[in-house]
Design a binder for this molecule. Structure first.
Ligand code: CP3
Length: 344
């Protein structure tokens, strides 16, 4: 039995004392404890060593004390398992030496045996669950097929992902074949994570907002929805689409338990677009964590007032930035725990 189940109760839409809180990318570079480990092992080595991944996962639980843990790993371990080489370059980010640019390249991509290729993630889940000792739930995650496709085709990060979009419009058949392979792999992968012990999963569609609403349906949502359909009977599924406010209506009609919102969409608009009945998660601008601590607390309380305390999970609108002082991250979490709707 979980000692703190606020997060899971919010996902089920139950009435709770206060909303739960966690932060996207909470296991990461703003923590000196993380940086100490980073200096010892390279990025994917850290992902592949279950004890290290578990240690990084629980660091923010000890230090910042959010209501849920998210497994330390990366969305790009999935394309690696699919026979697409991925490196993480210091100060550059993801680097794929052989990007996918043709139907022949897509042919080379495999839907792998998950146990053989990503068994180390399942081991990390098991070690993490032991370390967490049922204090808080553990979130597993994957990138959306579109977001993985963006890196696979572009070969690196990008401001606009034009090559990825160009591939969709110039070679739609090959693009759909690749998106389907990523989708099939992701379903198998997330099902294994659930079996290994995660309590919920989040799908990160970090680059969905690069697409027009019509193209979003065709190249992103269609595939995310296959994943949601395949997982919904086994676990709670959160869909976070950065810049995808226009799709909140379709997302709300799916079997997802909650929807992530970024800071460009107001709470009121997000509630309106999602039909008012589904749990929402977000949407504090991560840069706002550079404000003085009393201001952070005030803004968090206002954000909860706007979303409402029920059917709501407090989070940032995207990942925490590396330059955020740890005390400010702590203040964000404390503000939620101190929230009192009758404070006026
Ligand atoms: O705390 C957590 O959220 C768990 C761990 C996590 C990481 N990446 C660790 C990481 C999660 C959930 C991710 C998801 C991820 N990875 C996304 C989706 C979320 C988002 O931010 O949009 C994306 C697009 C990636 C791909 C990726 N990985 C990029 C673009 C980069 C480099 C830039 C950056 O943000 O650091 C990474 C590297 C990465 N993944 C780091 C961490 C802690 C930093 C690597 C390091 O410096 O050691």
């Amino acid at each position: 039995m979980l000692k703190n189940d606020l997060f899971l109760r919010a996902l089920k839409g139950e009435t709770i004392e206060r909303p739960p809180v966690w932060m996207m990318r909470q296991a990461g570079r703003y923590l000196p404890e993380f940086r100490a480990l980073r200096d010892k092992y390279d990025f994917f080595t850290r992902c592949r060593m279950p004890e290290i991944a578990a240690e990084i996962t629980v660091q923010p639980i000890r230090i910042v004390k959010p209501d849920a843990a998210i497994l330390f790993s990366d969305i790009l371990v999935v394309p690696q398992a699919m026979n697409i080489e991925v490196e993480m370059k210091e100060n550059v980010g993801p680097w794929l030496p052989n990007p996918i640019r043709s139907a022949a390249d897509v042919e080379e991509v495999i839907v792998p045996n998950i146990e053989e290729t990503l068994g180390y993630v399942m081991d990390a889940v098991k070690v993490t669950k032991e370390m967490l000792n049922d204090e808080v739930p553990l979130i597993g995650f994957a990138g959306s097929p579109w977001t993985i496709f963006c890196y696979a085709v572009e070969g690196k990060g990008s401001k606009s992902f034009d090559k990825a979009k160009g591939f969709c419009f110039s070679q739609p058949e090959a693009a759909h074949a690749l998106l389907q392979k990523i989708t099939d792999t992701t379903i198998l992968y997330l099902k294994e994570k659930v079996k290994a012990g995660v309590n919920a999963v989040q799908i990160f569609d970090s680059w969905g907002g690069m697409l027009s609403p019509v193209d979003y349906q065709e190249f992103s949502w269609k595939y995310i929805n296959q994943i949601v359909e395949a997982l919904a009977d086994e676990t709670e599924v959160i869909v976070f689409g950065k810049g995808c406010w226009f799709a909140l209506g379709d997302m709300a009609r799916s079997k997802a338990s909650a929807l992530g919102v970024d800071w460009t969409c107001s709470a009121r608009n997000a509630r309106y677009l999602s039909g008012g009945n589904i749990t929402l998660q977000g949407n504090f601008d991560p840069s706002r964590l550079l404000s003085p601590i009393p201001t952070i607390k005030k803004m968090v309380h206002e954000m909860i007032d706007e979303f409402g305390k029920d059917k709501y999970i407090v989070n940032l609108g995207h990942g925490i930035l590396p330059n955020i002082p740890v005390d400010h991250a702590k203040a964000f979490v404390e503000a939620v725990k101190e929230y009192n709707p009758a404070r006026f």
